[in-house]
Design a binder for this molecule. Structure first.
Ligand SMILES: [Zn+2]
Length: 159
């Protein structure tokens, strides 16, 4: 698991001094304020790498599909979203904690995000796609990541 230890360490440091929005980097915060997520983020790359090692073929950021899924496996009719825990409000996850200032503003933003996510998943399923949401925190733990992917795809190689 040492491939992720650096990531975990920096993450813990961030949490130690966490108050409201301080736990996200400046770049991430401005991305959040704009309501967009960067493409090819580290969590996405980790998922792709695992799929690739297992011989799966996929497309990225399919613009023609609802919600522009991060990873699409056409052969398996599977659309994968790699969601940031903060922005998509991962329930029960410490990274999904809401800021303690500007509460009304963030409540509104998160509510909009959640309903958009829900609508995208419903639209995809209506068109016959299976959907899989992988949370950013799961990508930091190879065991959790493997488990999440295995709900939809067999994996032989896990590292
Ligand atoms: Zn999470």
């Amino acid at each position: 698991m040492e491939w992720l230890s650096g990531l975990n360490r920096s993450n813990n440091q961030q949490h130690d001094r966490a108050t409201s929005m301080d736990f996200v980097s400046k770049e991430k915060r401005s991305a959040i304020m704009r309501g967009v997520k960067g493409l090819n983020t580290r969590p996405e790359r980790l998922v792709r790498s695992l799929l690739h090692k297992n011989g799966y073929r996929f497309r990225l950021h399919a613009k023609n599909l609802a919600g522009r899924p991060d990873i699409v496996l056409p052969k398996h009719k599977l659309a994968i979203f790699v969601h940031g825990c903060f922005w998509h409000q991962h329930r029960g996850c410490r990274d999904g904690r809401r800021p303690t200032s500007n509460v009304a503003f963030w409540d509104r933003k998160f509510t909009l995000n959640a309903s958009r996510d829900k609508r995208n998943l419903a639209d995809l399923r209506k068109e016959g796609w299976q959907t899989l949401t992988i949370w950013e925190c799961e990508t930091r733990d190879l065991k959790l990541l493997t488990k999440a992917i295995r709900t939809h795809l067999p994996l032989k190689r896990t590292r």
